[in-house]
Design a protein around this ligand. Structure first.
Ligand SMILES: Nc1ncnc2c1ncn2[C@@H]1O[C@H](COP(=O)(O)OP(=O)(O)OP(=O)(O)O)[C@@H](O)[C@H]1O
Ligand SMILES: [Mg+2]
Length: 411
């Protein structure tokens, strides 16, 4: 158990027990230690509401609210704790010893997520924690093609993401960045179109659980006759928040598409959306240059390993030999070492010196919840809103949007 005050160098506190006196629940202490090691704290009933106003409570995943017969007089305060926790997206597990069913019922109705009796049966707390950690699967709204206004003259910003080595998180960044932008300002969020240009192996459809469709192939293979309507037909609306062009159902030979085709699709998307986010294939193709020229920012994802380092050198050389605008590149190290990992920081510094690149973005390892979210077809904001990777991408989206907004106002 740790104090709930922030402690540098140690694991962040992600859970707290709440009780009159935690020593009355020694089995709970044991089980919390088994599941969470040091990354949990302990609060008295009277301390919780003040704690929820502190920034340290941001990282909190759940409370284990432990009570016995004597605490039944305090039901109002406990209900209040549950309500406030829910408002902050913190789950609540009730641990109860000799509490009447009526009290339990009222607390569960108030929003407590799980109930485990005390003394804790073997493994029950761990299972309850696993259940509250499993992503809630929201109902996915029916996808439909959007209606695009003809003659729209938006001039959307183009953000491309290119993995410099396979599996370095390009699609994860593209999908989540698109989603964060599409939800950055509630009802007044900008419009976003996500284009999966990884035409053969594109995984955007998997990460968002959208079907791959033949109309995309048709649209891409004849962009000359593409109009607003046929472009709209090739898009799918995701959760009412953004539009997505998935990769086509059949593998499209990458060289079947010309730079002109890609140019037309980007132009069409830009005229209808505030942001166009593009997931690029790792391979350089004849239209890579088109996207680089069109992009306002071109993210290149890599990891701290030899494979990424060598690919980065080759990639940079290829662009430089064609005199392409390398200054648009923003290198993003994925699965970056933790803030507290000093040797990791040195490795990043050395890599950026050796490759002569500036690494502006570091994306933390978000662990299993990241691939689990992808498997469920949902952005991280929905399955693991407090995941460190999600937080970093949300920050990036907010800063891009702020910058864009400022520029729009200055213009
Ligand atoms: N920061 C991270 N923390 C944890 N898991 C991650 C992180 N970034 C990516 N992943 C996981 O790694 C896998 C590969 O990521 P992703 O598909 O986004 O990479 P990619 O560069 O698009 O790969 P590809 O070369 O196949 O297109 C996915 O399962 C994803 O969930
Ligand atoms: Mg990918």
């Amino acid at each position: 158990m740790s104090s709930v005050m922030p402690q540098p160098q140690t694991a962040p506190i992600v859970a707290c027990t709440i009780s009159r006196d935690v020593q009355n629940f020694d089995l709970l202490i044991e089980d919390m230690e088994t599941v969470l090691g040091e990354s949990w704290g302990d609060l008295g009933f009277g301390e919780v509401l003040a704690f929820l106003r502190q920034p340290e409570s941001d990282a909190m995943e759940f409370f284990a609210l432990a009570m016995d017969k004597e605490d039944e007089d305090n039901l109002v305060l406990m209900s209040e704790i549950i309500t406030h926790a829910k408002e902050r997206n913190i789950k609540v597990i009730l641990i109860a010893e000799d509490v009447t069913p009526a009290s339990l019922h009222s607390l569960l109705r108030n929003g407590a997520d799980e109930f485990v009796p005390y003394p804790l049966p073997e493994g029950e707390l761990a299972q309850a924690i696993e259940r509250i950690r499993a992503p809630e699967i929201p109902v996915v709204t029916q996808q439909a093609a959007p209606i695009l206004q003809s003659g729209s003259q938006k001039n959307g910003a183009v953000l491309a993401v290119h993995g410099l080595a396979g599996g370095t998180g390009a699609t994860t960044l593209a999908v989540n960045l698109a989603w964060e932008l599409a939800t950055v300002a509630g009802d007044t969020s900008p419009s976003v179109c996500l284009l999966d240009f990884d035409l053969q192996f594109g995984a955007v459809s998997t990460f968002l659980d959208l079907p791959r469709r033949d109309v995309v192939y048709e649209m891409l293979s004849d962009t000359e006759s593409m109009d607003e309507e046929s472009f709209a037909q090739s898009l799918l609306t995701y959760q009412d928040k953004m539009e997505v062009l998935t990769a086509p159902a059949d593998m499209l030979p990458l060289d079947l598409i010309s730079p002109e085709d890609i140019g037309r699709v980007i132009a069409m998307a830009r005229s209808h959306f505030d942001y166009v986010v593009i997931d690029m294939p790792s391979t350089l193709v004849q239209w890579s240059e088109t996207v680089l020229q069109e992009a306002h920012v071109y993210f290149a994802t890599l990891e701290l390993d030899m494979r990424s380092a060598q690919n980065t050198l080759r990639f940079k050389r290829a662009l430089q030999s064609e005199e392409l605008p390398v200054e648009k590149l923003r290198y993003a190290v994925n699965r970056a070492p933790k803030f507290t990992d000093l040797s990791g920081k040195t490795r990043i510094k050395r890599m950026s010196e050796n490759l002569d690149i500036s690494i502006e973005l570091q994306l933390p390892d978000g662990g299993k919840p990241v691939s689990q979210g992808g498997d469920h077809g949902l952005p991280l904001a929905m399955t693991a809103p407090k995941n460190p990777l999600r937080k970093e991408i949300a920050k990036l989206a907010a800063s891009i949007h702020q910058l864009n907004d400022d520029q729009a106002k200055a213009a």
